[in-house]
Design a protein around this ligand. Structure first.
Ligand code: NCD
Length: 310
């Protein structure tokens, strides 16, 4: 395992090594123990200032990052596009350089444009964490997903994972595919043909169009939300038909010949990709994912910050 990350920014899982992921998980194990203590805070990042820049809506990711930063005792400033000068025509670099001139060390950014974080990392002096760039990558989500599989099943290596739903518009899907493959899992994708990218198999995954077959095969099913906000046309006839073919119900789960682990990155559309009785069942680890998100983000921030100080 590495003693430090091989990267100065977390822009995507694509840029990480297997050793990086192992280091992040080992560090997250420590922080998970910390956040379960009566005093949930450590002074590690007392001298670090982090800007959370959210140019796109977010609830759990923004809160999770903010909590992770607070638990590490970092100073933080928050910015959301709706209330900013971006609406007055300011460029991304100008906006961020203005913020950095107030002595900010790290930027956590969510942005609707794929590659926004990569672009920024080349133009500003700060460590950048990608909190979701359009339909491209969402690296901390994939890390917390793999961390949750590791916690539940012992390891990720050798596990069979199916990612179900809107793969085409999902940054969670792409980052998960990179992360799972890197750790030696086998990955299938399942969803309407129109919601699968054309060359998805070149990423080393296979397509299983039938939900029941996919579930019979897998150890873990990661159920994704249909990203209606990223669609300009209709990709399937109606929500009712989507639910009929790709919605996971208690009946389907009970009829399987095995027990599987159910994951979801949130926000859940109850009754669409997953019914309430599945989301709230003993098979689902959705709230563990949320809890692990804080520990994993603490690990990422801590490891990147230790590179800044050198
Ligand atoms: C995901 C996202 O924003 O990409 N959610 C999240 O980060 N918790 C998935 C989604 O919006 O469906």
């Amino acid at each position: 395992m590495n003693s430090e990350l091989s990267v100065d920014h977390l822009l995507g899982i694509k840029y990480l090594t297997k050793g990086d992921i192992e280091l992040i998980f080992k560090t997250a194990d420590h922080f998970k123990e910390v956040i379960n203590r009566p005093i949930k805070k450590v002074p590690s990042l007392r001298d670090i200032t982090i800007a959370n820049l959210f140019f796109e809506n977010s609830t759990r990711t923004r809160l999770s990052f903010e909590l992770a930063e607070k638990r590490l005792s970092a100073d933080i400033i928050n910015f959301s596009a709706a209330s900013s000068s971006v609406n007055k025509g300011e460029t991304l670099i100008d906006t961020v350089n203005n913020i950095l001139s107030m002595k900010v060390d790290m930027v956590v950014m969510r942005h609707p444009n794929p590659g926004a974080g990569i672009f920024l990392s080349k133009h500003v002096k700060a460590s950048i964490i990608n909190a979701g760039d359009g339909a491209h990558e969402h690296p901390t989500q994939a890390l917390l997903d793999s961390y949750s599989i590791r916690e539940k099943l012992g390891e990720v290596k050798g596990k069979k994972v199916v990612i179900v739903g809107d793969i085409l518009h999902s940054r969670v899907a792409l980052s998960n595919i990179f992360a799972l493959k890197l750790q030696g899992a086998t990955v299938k994708v399942c969803g309407p043909k129109t919601l699968l990218p054309k060359h998805i198999e070149s990423l080393g995954v296979t397509i299983e169009p039938n939900l029941i077959k996919a579930l019979e095969w897998c150890d873990v099913a990661n159920m994704l939300r249909v990203q209606n906000e990223r669609m300009e046309i209709n990709y399937f006839p109606s929500t009712r038909e989507y639910v009929k073919q790709y919605g996971l119900t208690r009946k389907i789960l009970d009829n399987l010949n095995k027990e599987i682990v159910i994951m979801h990155p949130g926000p859940i559309n109850r009754g669409v990709e997953i019914t309430s009785d599945v989301a709230d069942s003993e098979h689902a680890i959705i709230l563990d994912q949320v809890q692990n998100g804080v520990a994993v983000r603490m690990a990422v921030i801590y490891l990147l910050a230790s590179k800044i100080k050198q």
